[in-house]
Design a protein around this ligand. Structure first.
Ligand SMILES: [Zn+2]
Length: 456
């Protein structure tokens, strides 16, 4: 009987030793996800390794090109030892890194392999080879071809223009960059398969035409750039002073704060006003950038833009306003529209054919309508007393869409009118001017722009 017990014990011990000794973990699962299907200037890559049973150990990511091997990323995980049968290690490990010419100086065009090795949990006296997975990607270091087709590009600071250009087949993103602004390109209607155009502006606060260029980049981030501005007219911002008084601040803060529940009461009138003039103004601009993205890839208009008739211009585009309170400078903001005043609650006409993309209360603009005219061109109507359209409505040039008023950040009844290009307010007067549209847009875009044509 004792012999039998001893034998069972021996078998049990030998069995356990054999089990633990050879207890290797399952092979970890590896996934390699590059953000582009090629390597160029800088391609972000995410590598994930998972093994929930014994855990993920050391992971090494390398870039292999011929004999050259460079470590891209490394991580130490935690695997449970073979004898610790009650615990598991790190179930997942994620590595994020960039691969491309910006970080790997000796990168050559051709192909390159991203190789991932992940250690496999071993037994007490038996280890398993690491799990290896790799992907091969093309390496491209030359940008798409880019050829500017337009000539005579004359643009003023704060003004708009058009450019026609041709890109190579590898282009994935193209348009005009002006400082930190980007104006996307579109296929040129009626043009060849690689012909593109963009409506763009030199931002009102950018006085350097050298910062304006056509760009085209491929999936790997290689970017071609071309400068194309023939003449640039600097137009410095005008300066203006606004004197704040308690009556005005009381009127606007009460209305705007009740209409904008996200604003907290700062406890005093001036701070409440400044929160609106600064923070809410910035939030409203960010929201307008979202509205800009709702533009249609089509020219919805055929005639010059229309200004409100019989009005006096009370403020013009691109005024840098200093705000004084008790003779102290308390704020500075840019006014980027035309203020037009006539009689109270006067009819506000749609400046051109388009679609209503916003109709409602919008912070400093009060009751506000935004129309889309296609290819990034939108018009904004602020401080309205009444809105007669709703989102999605098609409107025609001259159609009354609202009544002027003094809602939002306004002292008296007037229309705040803006022409906006991909979210950036631009000089409206150009768009009212048939000759400007002909010379600056129609001559470049030709049949693509149905300007002056009869509606079908
Ligand atoms: Zn205004």
């Amino acid at each position: 009987m004792r012999k039998l017990i001893a034998l069972v014990l021996v078998v049990a011990v030998l069995g356990s030793v054999a089990f633990l000794g050879f207890r290797v973990g399952p092979p970890p699962e590896i996934s390699i996800a590059p953000a582009a299907e090629m390597i160029g200037r800088r391609t972000p890559v995410t590598v994930t390794v998972s093994e929930p049973e014994r855990g993920v150990g050391k992971v090494t990511v390398e870039l292999v090109q011929g004999d050259a091997v460079q470590t891209l990323a490394q991580a130490d995980g935690d695997q449970s030892p073979a004898w610790a049968i009650w615990r598991s290690g790190t179930p997942n490990s994620e590595l994020r890194f960039d691969v491309g010419k910006e970080t790997i100086k000796n990168l050559e065009p051709g192909t390159a392999t991203i190789r991932v090795s992940a250690d496999r949990a071993g037994g007490m006296f038996w280890s398993a080879a690491p799990e290896v997975k790799q992907v091969e990607l093309p390496v491209r270091l030359v940008p798409p071809t880019l050829q500017v087709m337009s000539t005579f590009t004359y643009v003023a600071q704060g003004g708009s223009e058009a450019v026609v250009y041709r890109v190579g087949e590898s282009a994935r993103r193209d348009g005009v960059r002006a400082g930190d602004r980007f104006f996307p390109g579109y296929p040129l209607p009626g043009g060849g398969p690689q012909d593109r155009f963009a409506l763009f502006a030199v931002p009102y606060d950018l006085n350097d035409a050298g910062a304006v260029m056509v760009v085209a980049s491929d999936a790997a981030g290689n970017e071609a750039q071309a400068r194309f501005i023939d003449k640039f007219f600097p137009r410095p911002l005008r300066t203006d002073t606004i004197r704040l008084d308690d009556g005005f601040m009381q009127k606007v803060t009460t209305e705007i704060m009740t209409q904008t529940p996200s604003l907290a009461d700062k406890g005093n009138l001036l701070d409440n006003y400044l929160q609106i003039n600064r923070d809410l103004r910035m939030q409203n601009m960010a929201f307008r950038q979202e509205i800009a993205a709702r533009t249609q890839p089509a020219f919805l208009w055929r005639e010059p833009f229309l200004a409100m008739v019989n009005t006096a211009i009370k403020a013009s585009f691109a005024d840098r306003r200093s705000y004084l309170y008790n003779e102290q400078a308390v704020d500075q903001q840019d006014h980027l529209g035309l203020d037009m005043a006539s009689t109270r609650a006067d009819k506000v006409p749609a400046a051109n054919d388009g679609v209503v993309v916003y109709a409602g209360y919008l912070g400093i603009y009060g009751n506000c309508v935004i129309l889309d005219h296609g290819y990034g061109v939108q018009t904004l109507y602020g401080h309205l007393s009444a809105i007669d359209v709703k989102e999605g409505d098609k409107v025609t040039r001259g159609q009354p869409i609202a009544r002027s008023g003094a809602s939002g950040l306004a002292g008296g009844d007037h229309l705040h009118f803006e022409v906006v290009l991909h979210g950036l307010p631009v000089t409206p007067i150009e768009w009212f001017d048939s000759k400007w549209i002909n010379d600056r847009l129609k001559l470049k875009l030709g049949g693509a722009l149905p300007f002056g044509e009869k509606a079908q």
